[in-house]
Write a protein that binds this ligand. Structure first.
Ligand SMILES: Cc1cc2nc3c(=O)[nH]c(=O)nc-3n(C[C@H](O)[C@H](O)[C@H](O)COP(=O)(O)OP(=O)(O)OC[C@H]3O[C@@H](n4cnc5c(N)ncnc54)[C@H](O)[C@@H]3O)c2cc1C
Length: 384
């Protein structure tokens, strides 16, 4: 039994691992640090459930509005907005669920600063789910756990990348009225191996243990946040890695050096969204809605999404927008990233080299490219 033929067709969502009735599938890390299913042929009974549950092999498109309702907005609570990646919509949408006895599933850091999906049902734990973590989360048996709570009748909000939401629906097989799904526009999942290597180098340079990673830190404003990461250490000090000094985000956002191969051909972008609600940064938003504190892009893709959005209208500022306004600033809405041709080499070489040396080696912009870039900038300026 083989689930797929090419690694590019596996997002690592782990729906197959969750569904296997014989526990014949384990999720094993490859040499690049990404998890893929491995089938124990002795335990496998060839039932084919893994194939039927794979959201890529057995394609699934959820029935949604033809055209989502589009809003720009943010949380009216200053603290929530500042400490969230975009405008804090995730926290506003999920807080009332916890307050009324429901559960929220999302990505949080574990004790080694790696990322995993977790289920929470109190407000202090909810804080740990907020903020984008720019590496692939380990979903383990999260779909099994989510189903158990859904079957008990409690309300569950599940938040993840579009491929993880697709995996959840394939695993559940049926509609649950007590489920709300939230996804984000995703430019690609980074290898946990690359992230681990970057953190290890920081720990060894600083001679301290990392306690918390805060990606997209808004110290210098929301628009500069993608390359601004705050690292907290175990001696209660912190350091901000910003701009080109932020090697990890530089290698992610520019040369796409350690993104999962399947993200180069994402099956879940475009208008047929997977979740009830899609959240993102509203890059390119008009000036009057940009105070540089974080403006969320909100897509309501279904009646269920609209129902939950209507409940939080008092807690947020929002304004209706059109689909055409989102395309320019958010290219990943419709397109997959182009993965660096040296990505495999980079991740393999991490076994014997440190992160910063490899970033220097593989993210070098050629002299000609640099000149082209400068000329383009000059032309743009002179046309203004
Ligand atoms: C890997 C990644 C790539 C992204 N790419 C884009 C992009 O190209 N364009 C764009 O506009 N927005 C992108 N986003 C989305 C954006 O960063 C915000 O997550 C989104 O706008 C929600 O912000 P918020 O302020 O409402 O909530 P936040 O408080 O920031 O909540 C974020 C939510 O995402 C979940 N989450 C965080 N990290 C992960 C992870 N690694 N895996 C699965 N779930 C996770 C959290 O559990 C939480 O539920 C990306 C996010 C991630 C994690």
């Amino acid at each position: 039994m083989k689930i797929w033929l090419d690694k590019k067709d596996c997002t690592g969502c782990s729906a197959c691992y969750n569904i296997c009735p014989k526990n014949a599938i384990s999720m094993e890390e490859d040499e690049c640090g990404f998890k893929y299913p491995k089938i124990d042929q002795e335990k496998c009974i060839n039932c084919g459930l893994c194939k039927k549950t794979c959201p890529i092999v057995a394609k699934s498109i959820q029935i949604r509005y033809d055209k989502p309702i589009v809003y720009a907005g943010w949380s009216r609570d200053k603290e929530t907005r500042y400490s969230s990646t975009s405008g804090g919509l995730f926290t506003e949408l999920t807080k009332p669920i916890i307050e009324t006895g429901g559960y929220v599933v999302g990505a949080c850091y574990d004790e080694d600063n790696m990322v995993e999906h977790k289920i929470v049902n109190d407000l202090s734990e909810l804080k740990k789910l907020s903020q984008s973590k720019y590496l692939q989360s380990n979903t383990k048996d999260i779909y099994i756990q989510t189903k158990k709570i859904l079957d008990s009748g409690k309300v569950v909000v599940f938040c993840g990348a579009p491929c993880q939401i697709a995996g959840l629906y394939k695993f559940l097989k049926r509609k649950y009225d007590n489920l709300l799904t939230i996804e984000f526009i995703c430019r690609g999942m980074n290898s946990p191996k690359a992230y681990k290597s970057w953190l290890s180098e920081i720990e060894s340079n600083e001679n301290k243990k990392v306690k918390k990673v805060w990606f997209k830190y808004k110290e210098y404003g929301w628009k500069k946040s993608p390359k601004c990461t705050r690292i907290d250490f175990d001696d209660n000090t912190y350091k901000i890695y910003n701009g080109d000094d932020n090697l990890y985000m530089t290698g992610y956002l520019g040369p796409n050096l350690y993104i999962r191969p399947s993200c180069g051909n994402c099956h879940f972008n475009g208008l047929s969204r997977q979740a009830d609600i899609t959240l993102a940064d509203f890059w390119g938003i008009n000036e009057e809605l940009d105070d540089d504190k974080g403006t969320s892009l909100i897509l309501l893709n279904s009646a269920n999404g609209k129902k939950y959005f209507d409940k939080i209208k008092k807690q947020i500022f929002f304004q209706e927008k059109t689909l055409s306004e989102i395309y320019k600033g958010n290219v990943c809405f419709n397109n997959s990233v182009k993965i660096n041709k040296n990505s495999y080499k980079f991740l393999k070489e991490l076994d014997n080299s440190n992160f910063s040396n490899l970033i220097k080696k593989y993210s070098k912009v050629s002299f000609i490219k640099k000149i082209k870039f400068i000329i383009k900038k000059v032309i743009k300026k002179s046309n203004k």
